[in-house]
Design a protein around this ligand. Sequence first.
Ligand SMILES: [Zn+2]
Length: 122
Amino acid sequence: MKMKSAKINAFRTWGLLLTMLGMGLMIAGTAGIVFWGSAGKIAAAIGLVIGLISMMASLAIYFWAGMLSTSAVQLECPECHKLTKMLGKTDRCMFCHTLLTRDPAQATITAEQLESQQSSHP
Ligand SMILES: [Zn+2]
């Protein structure tokens, strides 16, 4: 898993991972009954409960990401010229993972340097 991704994409990745984990646990729990009979019922119950919790957690993360994306700022990425969303003052482009910032103090290069960078690779 890439750590250098946009925050919204990271939330989606975690949500997907938790959903898959939850579904996997529920399937494993059900399979436990098939393979181990009555002894597998306890394992199945634990698997179903943990699976359900992780599914609910993923739902909460999806909901949270949805709430966050409504407050995200939409802007055109200076590097790949696609419309991207950013959270907070610094975030990465969702497409090319370029670091973007709205804080002038955080920006390490000037607009002139950025322009010359862009003209060097059109
Ligand atoms: Zn970009």
